[in-house]
Write a protein that binds this ligand. Structure first.
Ligand code: COI
Length: 360
C-alpha cells in the first residue's frame, strides 16, 4: 500500500451515540483523503481529522458536476468483529462511474486497505444495535479551479464515515411510493447507471411532489416510453408475482445496485424463479388487480430491504399485502442482515474483515 500520512485526533473518551441515529446526521472523527494529478497519479494519501474543505469558488465539480460517490456499510458483528459488505463491488462501481465521467480510477485493493485502516481507527463509532451500521461514503471530484467545460486535471478522493440507523423514517415499516411520469431521473446512455450527484439532483423535484402527497419515495419510469419501471432513486425495485420474482433489467438508465445484485444471488440460491426483465407499470397494476402480486420491495445499501405497502400511479392506487410487510421482503431482510451481523454464514465471501491492528 502507498504510504499513508496519519494525523490522528486524540480522544480521551469513546464517542457517545444518540439513542436514535437517523441517517447521515453524525460523522466520525477522521476521513481518508488522496489527490490525483496526471503527473503523480494518486498521491498525498492521508487519514486526518474531519474538517471543512478550503476550496476555490471556481472548483470544477461545483459548476459542471464532475463527481461520483459510493455508499457501503461496515457492521459490528455479534462477536464484535468489524466487517465491510462487498467493498470490492462498490469500488468497481466507483471506477465505472468515474470512467463515464472522464475521471481516473482507483486501485481497488489498496483503496480497500486504506478504508480498513480508517474504519479501524474510528471503530468506536460503529454502533452496536441490530439495524445500525457505519455508512461509508467515498467520493471523488474534479478540483481544478477553472471555468470552462472540460475534464478537470486534478481530483480528490475522500472517504467519510457516518454511524446510521434506518434510512427511511418509517424504519422497517412499508413505504408508500408515487409512480412519476411528469419527470424522469435519468436516460439510457446518459448517466443513469453512474452514482453521480446529478442523478440525485434530478430526483429532488419529483420527490418533493411525492412528499407533499404523503408518499415517501418516487418510482421512476424509463425516460423514452414512460411506461417501464426503472428504480426508486434511493433503491432498486423487486416485484414478486405469483410465478416469478422480477427486477427491472439494467438498461443503462438504472443504478446497478450492490444489494440488488446480492438479492439476485440469494433468490437463485433459494431456487426462486428470478428474472431481470422489462416490466411495465401497467403490468404491475393490472396483475395486482388479478391478485397476482405477492410482494413489492426495494433494495439498497442505505435502505437494505424496504417493503412497499402502497403505490399510486395517476388515478390508480394499489395496496400490497394490505400495506403490511410482505413475507419475501421479511425473509430477505432477515437473511441479509443475518450475514451482516454474523448470524448467518457468509457463503459467497461478501464480507471484508477489519483487523484491530493497523495494517500499514
Ligand atoms: C445508498 O443506498 O447507499 C445511497 O447512496 C442512496 C442514498 C439514498 C443514501
Amino acid at each position: 500500500m502507498k504510504d499513508i500520512r496519519y494525523e490522528i485526533k486524540t480522544r480521551t473518551e469513546k464517542p457517545v451515540l444518540p439513542e436514535s441515529l437517523g441517517f447521515g446526521q453524525i460523522f466520525t472523527d477522521h476521513i481518508f483523503e488522496m489527490d490525483y494529478t496526471a503527473e503523480k497519479g494518486w498521491h498525498n494519501h492521508a487519514i486526518k481529522p474531519l474538517a471543512n474543505f478550503n476550496m476555490h469558488p471556481a472548483t470544477m465539480f461545483i459548476h459542471y458536476g464532475q463527481a461520483a460517490f459510493e455508499g457501503l456499510k461496515a457492521f459490528r458483528q455479534i462477536n464484535d468483529d468489524i466487517v465491510i459488505f462487498r467493498a470490492d463491488k462498490h469500488f468497481q462501481r466507483l471506477n465505472n462511474s468515474s470512467k463515464r465521467l472522464c475521471m481516473p480510477d482507483v486501485d481497488i485493493p489498496s483503496t480497500i486497505d486504506a478504508l480498513k485502516e480508517l474504519v479501524n481507527i474510528d471503530r468506536d463509532w460503529i454502533p452496536t444495535k441490530h439495524g445500525e451500521s457505519l455508512y461509508i461514503r467515498p467520493f471523488i471530484f474534479g478540483t481544478d479551479p477553472v471555468l470552462g467545460v472540460k475534464p478537470s486535471q486534478g481530483y480528490k478522493l475522500v472517504t467519510m464515515l457516518s454511524p446510521v440507523g434506518a434510512y427511511y423514517p418509517e424504519g422497517f415499516k412499508p413505504v408508500k411510493i408515487l409512480v412519476q411520469d411528469d419527470y424522469v431521473r435519468a436516460v439510457r446512455k446518459g448517466l443513469g447507471e453512474c452514482k453521480t450527484p446529478g442523478n440525485y439532483a434530478a430526483s429532488l423535484l419529483g420527490a418533493e411532489i411525492a412528499k407533499n402527497e404523503g408518499y415517501t419515495q418516487v418510482l421512476w419510469l424509463d425516460a423514452v416510453t414512460l411506461k417501464n419501471i426503472e428504480e426508486v432513486g434511493t433503491m432498486n425495485i423487486y416485484i414478486q408475482f405469483n410465478d416469478e420474482v422480477v427486477t427491472p433489467q439494467l438498461t443503462g438508465g438504472i443504478l446497478p445496485g450492490i444489494t440488488r445484485m446480492s438479492v439476485l444471488q440469494i433468490l437463485k440460491d433459494w431456487n426462486y424463479n428470478v428474472t431481470e426483465r422489462v416490466v411495465s407499470v401497467e403490468e404491475l397494476f393490472d396483475r395486482h388487480a388479478k391478485g397476482e402480486v405477492l410482494d413489492v420491495f426495494g433494495t439498497g445499501t442505505a435502505a437494505v430491504i424496504s417493503s412497499v405497502g402502497e403505490m399510486k400511479f395517476k388515478d390508480r392506487k394499489i395496496f400490497i399485502n394490505d400495506g403490511t410487510t410482505g413475507e419475501l421482503a421479511r425473509k430477505l431482510f432477515a437473511h441479509l442482515t443475518g450475514i451482516h451481523y454474523g448470524k448467518i454464514a457468509d457463503e459467497h465471501n461478501w464480507l471484508t474483515r477489519v483487523p484491530v491492528e493497523v495494517t500499514a
